[in-house]
Design a protein around this ligand. Structure first.
Ligand SMILES: Cc1ncc(COP(=O)(O)O)c(C=O)c1O
Length: 434
């Protein structure tokens, strides 16, 4: 493969520094990013030919590994047929095939698929659907306009999804523009009674409850009990609140089952998906809803239409990637492999849980996490960057959230690759970064 590293006398990295603004990256004294030229399965390779095991699946998206040939070929063939078409007034096979294949797999008897572009837009769509559901049902005087959400949650970076995410360094500048949200704590046995009371107090004004089932991802990989969430969901449902499962991160096997909501008895009314949806190859979001929600939008009154869409809604290439990824999920027996990764994770967590400096070592399916005991503990401290740099120097890519170190590997990871990750984690724990 020919790798282009110099243009007009400047290196790729110099040009990057000149022209590009990277996400979630402080711009002053920014270290050069790593120029990735290619990937294969669990590996990323840089300009110098160094390989890194992608232990976090590139922001939790890559489930079948990088540069998957089956998905790449399917995208190519689709691109030669039709690459993009407006999705208002037109349709195409990839969108229909994907919806038809996915709907029966979704927990909660979902009825319709609404496409968008990423995780943030999938939650944004869900929130708008839920709020308009009540507007369509009760008219403009409806009091059900507020959203219930968990502290410590992360649902995305658009204004709606930020509003329902916990307030943090990510959201502070925008706080004056956020809409009203009732926050409840991440469920614990000792806060459940108070949470139930808070929900009851606000019930008549709450349109919907949005939650990350079983694990709060960007909020520090916080895991919590299914039974506590069941009780909260049942309580919300008793007030007819629309329950929105944000499975953007948990979807497609991450928590051990295809969807985390399968591990709950109380099922959602809306499910949001992205990340692993396309096998991590292309940007696509899905908001799936139950029939009663959809029915509230079927009316002779045109003002009850769901006026939402994006230029690339249901992009045929992205839908093809997602449909192919779903087929691979079944053909490759991913759920079996997920069981194996889960057992490796359990062993890892058992081995480190009592090591000095390790706090709250935990595992759920393909996700393993722990905190490093720190004097300074916040997202902006430099510990995460130092750990990332160290792990990269050893050929492993991890990206801690503050002092929370975690792994979430692609399902194609081999035993040897996993062992290499473990070796690096043990070195990090030994060093302590205090
Ligand atoms: C649970 C959850 N919801 C929504 C999002 C936003 O997804 P995206 O980054 O694709 O907009 C994320 C991203 O990490 C997420 O973890």
């Amino acid at each position: 493969m020919e790798v282009i590293t110099h243009f007009c006398g400047m290196t790729l990295l110099e040009k990057d520094a000149k022209y590009i603004w990277h996400p979630f990256t402080a711009q002053k004294n920014m270290p050069y990013p790593i120029a990735i030229t290619h990937g294969k399965d669990s590996w990323l390779f840089d300009e110098q030919g160094n390989g890194y095991i992608d232990a976090i699946s590139s922001w939790w998206v890559t489930i079948h590994g990088h540069a998957n040939e089956t998905i790449a070929k399917a995208i190519y063939q689709q691109a030669m047929a039709i690459e993009q078409v407006i999705f208002a007034g037109f349709t195409h096979a990839p969108a229909v095939q994907l919806a038809e294949a996915l709907l029966p797999l979704l927990p909660g008897n979902m009825h319709k698929i609404f496409y968008s572009d990423n995780g943030s837009t999938s939650t944004e769509v869900a929130l708008k659907m839920a709020v308009q559901f009540w507007w369509n049902k009760e008219g403009s005087h409806t009091k059900r306009t507020k959203i219930l959400a968990f502290h410590n949650s992360y649902h995305g970076d658009t204004f709606g999804s930020m509003s329902v995410s916990d307030r943090s360094v990510f959201t502070t500048p925008f706080a004056p523009l956020f809409f009203d949200v009732v926050f409840i704590p991440t469920p614990k046995a000792d806060n459940l009674a108070e949470t139930i009371a808070t929900i009851t107090e606000h019930a008549t004004e709450l349109a919907a409850f949005i939650y990350e089932p079983l694990v709060q991802g960007a909020g520090g990989i916080q895991m919590y009990e299914a039974e506590l969430l069941n009780q909260i969901l049942e309580h919300c449902k008793s007030f007819e609140m629309i329950c929105i499962a944000d499975e953007v991160m948990t979807g497609f096997g991450r928590t051990g089952t295809m969807f985390a909501s399968e591990q709950l008895t109380a099922k959602p009314d809306i499910i949001c998906l992205s990340k692993g949806l396309t096998g991590g190859t292309m940007a696509l979001g899905i908001t799936a809803c139950k029939q009663f929600i959809y029915d509230a939008f079927v009316s002779d009154d045109a003002t009850k239409t769901f006026f939402h869409g994006h230029s690339f809604t249901a992009n045929p290439l992205a839908c093809t990637a997602a449909f192919t990824s779903l087929q691979l999920f079944q053909q490759n027996h991913c759920l079996e492999k997920i069981k194996i990764i889960t057992s490796w994770n359990q062993q890892l967590i058992a081995n480190i849980t009592n090591l000095p400096g390790v706090i709250n070592a935990r595992v759920l399916g393909t996700i393993a996490a722990f905190e490093l005991q720190q004097s300074k503990n916040n997202y902006l401290s430099s510990i995460a960057t130092q750990i990332t740099q160290y792990a990269l120097s050893k050929g492993v890519f991890i990206r801690p959230l503050g002092n929370t170190v975690y792994i979430m590997p692609p399902y194609c990871i081999t035993n040897t690759e996993y062992d290499k990750i473990v070796t690096v984690l043990l070195e990090i724990i030994k060093d302590g970064y205090r």
